[in-house]
Design a protein around this ligand. Structure first.
Ligand code: CP
Length: 321
């Protein structure tokens, strides 16, 4: 595997193997010296054209724990403001020595272009492209679910039979798309709950049930409830009357939180709009996995960097030494 662009590209065996490697990486965090020499001498470039807290810092932590050199590029403050293109920016950073490029871009498809155009020869990891995909977020979500469900016997396990409800701003959500492909590949049953205005037009062709009433979707007692951020920065129209109305109909408020089955997981990719799509009571509860997701993101991104750097030609991934 040379690039990671979409979770739709992963077979079930590859997805499980990546999650298993992430388990190995998570063990490194429990050691006194939390580093592996695996990527010594390699350079990872974080090429971020959109803002990020979790993804950029956890890729940086992941690369450093594998002993790679890291270059962090942010479009803000760069020569992008002078009109430099994606191609020229990427080629410039490759000339500085990038072996792997982790790219976040507002344009859906930008990582595919970098990987497939021949502009650069490095491996490419999609760290979120427009409304298209965020594959490492889905992998860390699947890892978090698997750990909570299977505990110490997670290795090798899939998510067969699990019911996952993904709620809110589906149309703008790369997290929803990447999770749908990955969770379905792993055997889970995914339902989207959203107002009709926040569901993509092509949804009929996707392997997902769609419900337009949050309380109806909750009545079947899903195993996992994943709340999505309302992405106002991508909204050019009014998709719902008011934030107050959205919170009333689509927020995981105190009453809805208290109606979940006690073992149900509450997930959110972050950043959260507290009081809008999720109440603080739900976000800070023992059922919430929000900070676990962040911590697991480092292990999962270590696994991805390892797989792409150390084993670019392997179809079935290997295991770190
Ligand atoms: N979940 C996520 O992608 O968060 P950031 O935008 O902070 O990276």
């Amino acid at each position: 595997m040379k690039h990671l662009l979409s979770t739709a590209d992963l077979t079930k065996a590859q997805a499980i193997e990546l999650l298993d490697i992430a388990e190995d990486m998570a063990e490194v965090r429990t050691r006194e010296v939390k580093k592996l020499p695996t990527l010594r001498g390699r350079t990872v470039v974080n090429l971020f054209f959109e803002d990020s807290t979790r993804t950029r810092t956890s890729f940086e932590a992941a690369a450093k724990r594998l002993s790679a050199d890291v270059i962090n590029f942010s479009a803000k403050g760069s020569s992008v403001s002078k009109g430099e293109s994606l191609k020229d920016t990427a080629q410039t950073l490759e000339a500085i020595g990038a072996d792997l490029v982790v790219v976040r871009h507002s344009a859906s498809g930008a990582p595919q272009v970098l990987a497939q155009s021949g502009w650069i020869h490095s491996g490419v990891v999609n760290a979120g492209d427009g409304t298209h995909e965020h594959p490492t977020q889905a992998l860390l979500d699947a890892f978090t679910i698997r750990r909570r469900i299977h505990g110490s016997s997670s290795r090798g396990a899939d998510l067969q039979g699990l019911t996952v409800l993904i709620v809110g701003d589906i149309v703008h959500s790369r997290v929803a798309r990447s999770n749908l492909w990955l969770l379905t590949t792993l055997g889970a049953h995914v339902t989207f709950a959203a107002p009709a205005t926040l569901v993509p037009l092509a949804i009929d062709r996707w392997p997902v049930d769609v419900v337009h009433d949050f309380d109806e979707a909750l009545a079947v007692k899903p195993d996992v409830v994943m709340m999505l951020r309302i992405q106002t920065e991508r909204m050019r129209n009014a998709f719902f009357p008011t934030e107050r109305e959205y919170a009333r109909l689509w927020g995981l408020d105190q009453d809805r939180y208290r109606g979940l089955k006690p073992e149900a997981l509450i997930m959110h990719p972050g950043p959260m709009n507290r009081g809008l799509e999720i109440s603080s009571e739900a976000a800070d509860s023992a059922q919430a996995t929000v900070l676990e997701q962040v911590a697991n993101g480092v292990s999962v991104r270590m696994a991805v960097l390892y797989a792409l750097s150390a084993l670019p030609d392997a179809d079935i991934l290997g295991r770190p030494e």
